[in-house]
Ligand binder design. Structure first.
Ligand SMILES: Nc1ncnc2c1ncn2[C@@H]1O[C@H](COP(=O)(O)OP(=O)(O)OP(=O)(O)O)[C@@H](O)[C@H]1O
Ligand SMILES: [Mg+2]
Length: 215
């Protein structure tokens, strides 16, 4: 197992008795809006700490690990990724820069763009890309980093259904071929059913509406 979560509690949002995320597989996290999917993914990357309980990564408690080295192994694509002013090339390289990894050639950058079917030039102004193109640029930025573990928060939310299938299929194939691990939050049960080895459903707690708010 890559991750083992034990008795994780976070405010009144998450209460996870036990959860296991296998190594070398595609795990999809589904659940309604506000159920805690992003919070859970952030915990896997040590960006949010639980109030109690323990998360093991490769058998070691995350809280004892150096979070910088954890985040080199497990790279997260945020739900709303930042696109920086500048070229497509600069945006693709910025992940490597932030994590102080060596830069890669244009050829590698073009491969990552091909993976997400982004047909733009490296010189293009990133600000001018469409919403869905920016989302694919952000996925490509993660692919350029070539991490062991991909933590993707709704990577295809801005894509039409056909482009979504093509892009997810492509990154899933890449993950399987290179024996990497993917944990993907998705609102699409269809995508989860088609591509996941494991599906984890997060249920929303406290669905009861306080009486006074009904008046
Ligand atoms: N640090 C925090 N402190 C308190 N509440 C938080 C914190 N982070 C998130 N929340 C709350 O936890 C709930 C779950 O948020 P989260 O972003 O994990 O949901 P989600 O399942 O990813 O939703 P969506 O599908 O809309 O992205 C929300 O109500 C949010 O306001
Ligand atoms: Mg979310």
């Amino acid at each position: 197992m890559l991750y083992i979560l034990k008795k994780i509690k976070f405010k009144d949002i998450l209460d996870i008795e036990e959860m296991k995320i296998p190594k070398g597989k595609i795990t999809c996290i589904v659940g309604e809006s506000g159920s805690g999917k992003t919070t859970l993914l952030r915990m896997l990357n040590d960006l949010t700490s639980s109030d109690s309980g323990e998360i093991l990564y490769d058998g070691k408690p995350i809280k004892n690990m150096d979070s910088v080295s954890l985040r080199r192994n497990a790279v997260m694509l945020p739900q709303t990724p930042a696109i920086f002013s500048g070229t497509v090339r600069e945006n693709l390289l910025i992940g490597l820069k932030f994590s102080q990894k060596p830069m890669v050639s244009d050829e590698e950058l073009l491969k990552a763009m091909e993976l997400v079917k982004l047909t733009k030039s490296l010189e293009d102004d990133a600000d001018l890309l469409s919403g869905g193109e920016k989302q694919r640029l952000a996925i490509a930025r993660v692919m350029v980093m070539d991490p062991e573990v991909l933590l993707l928060d709704e990577p295809s939310s801005a894509l039409d259904e056909e482009t979504e299938r093509i892009v997810i299929n492509s990154i899933v194939e890449y993950t399987r071929k290179n024996k990497k691990t993917m944990v993907m939050v998705t609102h699409s049960k269809k995508i989860a059913l088609e591509f996941a080895d494991e599906i984890i459903e997060i249920k929303k707690k406290n669905l009861t509406i306080p009486e006074r708010s009904l008046k």
